[in-house]
Design a protein around this ligand. Structure first.
Ligand code: FES
Length: 77
C-alpha cells in the first residue's frame, strides 16, 4: 500500500488575473508561504519560498528591480 505524497504533485496557485506582474504576490500552498513574481524581461512567473535566506523576511515585502530583473529583499531595497 502506497501513501499519497502531497509534495510530489503540481497545484494551481492563483488565477493569472489575480497576479500583478509589477509586484510580488503572496500565496499559501499546503501551509507554505510562497511569493509569485516575474522579471520584466521574462514571460514566465517564478515561485519562491516567501522567506529571504538571511533574515527570513518575507520576500513578498520586497520589490522587483527593473534594472536587474531580480526580486529584491525588503532589507536590501
Ligand atoms: S536577502 Fe539578505 S536580508 Fe533578506
Amino acid at each position: 500500500m502506497s501513501s499519497f505524497d502531497f509534495f510530489q504533485h503540481w497545484y494551481p496557485l492563483l488565477p493569472i488575473e489575480d497576479i500583478e506582474p509589477q509586484k510580488p504576490t503572496t500565496a499559501t500552498l499546503l501551509g507554505i508561504p510562497l511569493v509569485i513574481w516575474k522579471s520584466p524581461s521574462s514571460l514566465a512567473y517564478q515561485v519562491f519560498l516567501d522567506r529571504c535566506p538571511h533574515r527570513l523576511a518575507p520576500l513578498s515585502e520586497g520589490k522587483i528591480d527593473y534594472q536587474t530583473g531580480n526580486l529584491m529583499c525588503s532589507y536590501t531595497t
